[in-house]
Design a protein around this ligand. Sequence first.
Ligand code: ADP
Length: 536
Amino acid sequence: MMPTPLNLFNIFDYSQKMWPEKWIITRTHEGTHRYRYRDFGERVRRLSSALKTLGVEPGDRVATLAWNNYRHLEAYFAIPLMGAVLHTVNLRLPSEHLRYIINHAEDRILLVDEELLPLLDPIRDQLPTVQHLIVLGDQPDLSKSPIVPVSSYEVLLGGAVPTGDFDPDLPEDSPLGMCYTSATTGNPKGVVYSHRGIVLHSLAMGLANTSAIAENDTVMPVVPMFHANAWGIPFSSIWFGANIVLPGPAPTPADLVRLMSEERVSVSAGVPTVWLGVAKALEKDPTPLSLRMVLCGGSAAPPALIRTFEETFDVPFAHAYGMTETSPLATFARLKSTLFDLPKNEQLAIRSTQGLLVPGLFMRLVREHEDAPWDGKSMGELWLKGPWVADEYYHDPRTEDSFEDGWLKTGDVATISPEGYVRLVDRTKDLVKSGGEWISSVDLENAIMAHPDVFEAAVVGVPHPKWDERPLAFVVPKEDREVRKEDVMALLSENFPKWWLPDDVIFLPEIPKTSVGKFMKRALRDQYHQYLSSSQ
Ligand code: ADP
């Protein structure tokens, strides 16, 4: 067979020829911006020639600091198509991490949304590799730029020739992009994506066994484009010809509901906190939607959330799992047809797991260097391998801790059922280790969130003088509802042994969140570190 390289040209060229009339729609501060794939392609070509004029060469890192918008999408294609490396920078990182990752990646050019320029202010003099800043906006005020030289994106594109002399033979192992993932301690760790990995991952996103993104979809990634390639949705949507809706700067749940309704979105993807917010907005203001699938991942989707979407809003809800290191899609929870006869609640329990391994990948369950059985009970660390799984951290000695014998050690503790369903018990660091036994914080959280008056809940282990660690529960009641500690304890007592029950329940107005909207358990652990230290 022909050794045709699997590179982004494959995706772009096909898409431009097959789907020029498809739409890319962006929510902006001014209203809605819409244009067709054809115009998108022309601007991609202009952007790459403009970058070439600025001296960008194959292998150079070009960074983006931007919301989900059409200019960001243009960068997603123009940068890798010319052989340069798209480095998506997380705009919610603290400035010392922004500084670290821009310097560590040695970014040469930064493309920054106009409204995000102030993020660079505190580090303006500390980015020695950056040679040029490009401001994304309609008519940006360049005098506000903390870095010079600076150009307006639109002026650059206006003056560029849309040559698009992309190399169809760009080697498939060349780097396409990079993204830094947060580390528990220390600086973020860089993951480099290859063209081959992204092409194969994009195909995987189109499988009927996963999200089945297709030409007749309108897809809205709520998951940020600065986080794990927005789960690869931009690449697969462009390849398969779906209309794309980009929710723009800091969308609220009400913005998302409006966009999904007005643009007749069929697939949307985000972390559970996004869907908790949307559920709240829909409960307040019921709106008919045409979603064929809500795709939820990034942290565990509580079964109660799945039930709310399916039973109250009539929206199918799919749970998936992955990591920045796995591009990210690794498992996807669809019910096997052989299990269709199970009672509804058992079906829900299976669909709340992280799901089945995506075709193309390999997995192991490892406990104390041995493979643990796939019996649905034995716990072990999930190890992954495959063409879209990273094999190292970029220029980082921490590679040694996370990779072994060609496998990625995910740091996630799981069970695997005889049918192959992966159920994440916890992140290794979030497991509560009480008197030598393990308590799953995720299981407790899911049970608490099944309470009809609970909005969100987190469970963390805090030091205890006798048991090493004990669970503490943090609960946020729904607006205008009251939840008591006794209610939470009674609910948990029905499902868990006594020693699993949290030592206390603390009510908060909100659970602190990480830069990508996950519960920030570290903050709770730090704050309540001494909470139980006087108990016996
Ligand atoms: P960060 O470490 O910055 O959160 P990632 O987004 O790469 O970066 O996080 C990957 C981790 O998120 C996984 O290792 C896992 O612990 C968690 N995760 C992702 N998807 C799910 C899911 N569906 N259920 C439970 N945990 C998940």
